[in-house]
Design a protein. Structure first.
Length: 310
């Protein structure tokens, strides 16, 4: 079913901003603006009230969106069922993953997936955990790679791998002398209070690594001397290697980190320092064979990365 009209209006209503809506729809901003204006002329009434860059639904727009969402939901279920009826060798898999994870996790997985299921259309969406979770709940995605803490009762999930949430410290930094090492353990251990007063490099507030870091800071009473915010974890680790400050980082990222200078990695002496990365999908819905295959490929790749077999 081609429901472009309904998708365009509902997306603009959700975003409230022409630029964000155009980005989500993968069309240009002028094209979306012209489409909405022409639709309003055809209907003979405005669907949106323009206030600067904000698009706010009129009363007519609210009723339109109410029914359009119902139509889109029916269309999504129809498309899914038709795809399933064809065969598990053909269909569509809409998958979501964060920008950071996608770069090191997916290349080999997608190559193997396309070789095994060449007739399956794979639609990949990258974004932060909050956005991906919302898209799964709206049935705009079939499978997302998320952290265990992002799961809710609408989802079923399979574990892909487990990882530590580590502290990265420059070589030669005084903090290295405070680490305690135990035989047979891969990382030295730092007490959380040792992190107070340090210069921290941190990801942005909308990234999952930052959310976990902030929770640990609050629970453990950690107060950094300075917080430098950078979106790229790759750049953060490079700056740590250069001695600018320290950071908290997911273990999987450190497995693929390559730079001329190394960083030292430590575990914090706190409960819950280990986390599970999951493949989540809709609860109580049939999982096609090719989606099972994707989960297995993700599990295999996760095990390779965590064991150092890059």
């Amino acid at each position: 079913m081609d429901l472009k009209e309904q998708r365009y209006v509902c997306t603009l209503a959700e975003c409230g901003n022409l630029t964000r809506a155009a980005d989500r729809l993968y069309i240009s901003q002028p094209a979306l603006s012209i489409y909405i204006s022409n639709l309003e002329k055809h209907l003979g009434m405005p669907l949106f009230c323009r206030q600067g860059k904000r698009f706010i639904l009129t009363k007519a727009g609210e009723r339109y969106v109410h029914y359009a969402r119902g139509i889109l939901a029916i269309s999504s279920r129809f498309d899914s069922e038709m795809s399933m009826l064809l065969s598990d060798e053909a269909g569509r898999l809409r998958m979501g993953i964060s920008m950071l994870q996608g770069a090191w996790f997916l290349p080999r997985v997608l190559k193997d997936f396309h070789e095994r299921w060449p007739k399956v259309e794979l639609v990949l969406r990258q974004g932060n955990m909050t956005v991906l979770k919302e898209l799964l709940q709206k049935h705009e995605l079939d499978l997302v790679v998320v952290n265990e803490e992002n799961l809710d009762r609408t989802m079923e999930a399979r574990e892909l791998f487990q990882e530590e949430f580590l502290v990265a410290v420059p070589q030669g930094h005084p903090l290295n002398s405070r680490a305690v090492f135990s035989q047979g353990q891969p990382y030295g251990v730092l007490q959380p209070e040792a992190l107070s007063g340090q210069v921290f490099l941190a990801t942005t507030p909308d990234q999952s690594t930052r959310a976990l870091q902030d929770r640990i800071f609050q629970e453990q009473g950690i107060r950094p001397r300075q917080l430098i915010v950078i979106r790229s974890i790759e750049l953060i680790l490079q700056l740590v290697a250069e001695g600018v400050g320290i950071c908290m980082v997911r273990e999987a990222y450190t497995r693929t980190f390559r730079y001329s200078k190394a960083v030292n990695l430590y575990q914090l002496d706190i409960p819950g320092h280990r986390r599970r990365v999951m493949a989540a999908y809709h609860a109580r819905e049939r999982v096609p064979q090719y989606m099972e295959g994707m989960v297995e490929l993700l599990q295999k790749r996760g095990a390779e990365i965590m064991s150092g077999r890059l």
